[in-house]
Design a protein. Sequence first.
Length: 210
Amino acid sequence: MSTEEKSYWSEYYKNHSKPGSQSLFADFVKPFLQDKTSMIELGCGNGRDALFFAENTTIKYWAVDQCQNEVDFLNEYKGKMPNLTFLADDFTKLKIDEKLNYAYSRFTLHSVNKEGERRAMKWVSDHLKPNGLFFIEVRSTKDELYGQGTNIGEHEFITDHYRRFVVKEDMIENGIEAGLKLIYSLQSKGLAPYKENDPEVIRLIFLKSI
Ligand SMILES: C[S@@+](CC[C@H](N)C(=O)[O-])C[C@H]1O[C@@H](n2cnc3c(N)ncnc32)[C@H](O)[C@@H]1O
């Protein structure tokens, strides 16, 4: 992760520290989850989906984000919830040595470059238990924001922060190379509307097969 990106998000959360309601993606994912399992979130932001999963399931949940200030705030804010831990770390260089049932990434794999995506996929593949699932929602190259800002690489643009718009087939290939099996794939509008925007986003679910 770059220092600029970390500063951008740390600054952002100074004014957006409290979790809002959960994303539509979290609502989509919840029915897949089984009781008394474990899950890691890559890039939890202000913790809205983490709080939702931790409050509505019996899952042991680790929510990782690069922003130490926000992670400290959320660990205080959540109060007594022993099943939920917020951790400050780079999700492309995780050192946690746990085997988990689920991994979850919403709007975060387009925040890192291709190499970072590969490392994250490999880490997830190496740390999912057999039949574990990796849930991903990410911006696509058909996003309305595509092309805004300075172009710094293939599908990579910087406005006030970095975005790398994803080609679905490329991410699927990355997951398969990392040792995962694709079980669900959708690219569509209507999945993550925000204010006046309705970006065409990608949803993927990978399975760690035995
Ligand atoms: C667009 S926000 C999404 C937040 C949250 N998942 C949501 O859907 O509301 C992207 C988040 O990813 C985090 N992030 C980006 N790159 C990261 C990295 N390499 N390691 C950890 N967190 C990262 C940022 O700090 C930010 O909180």
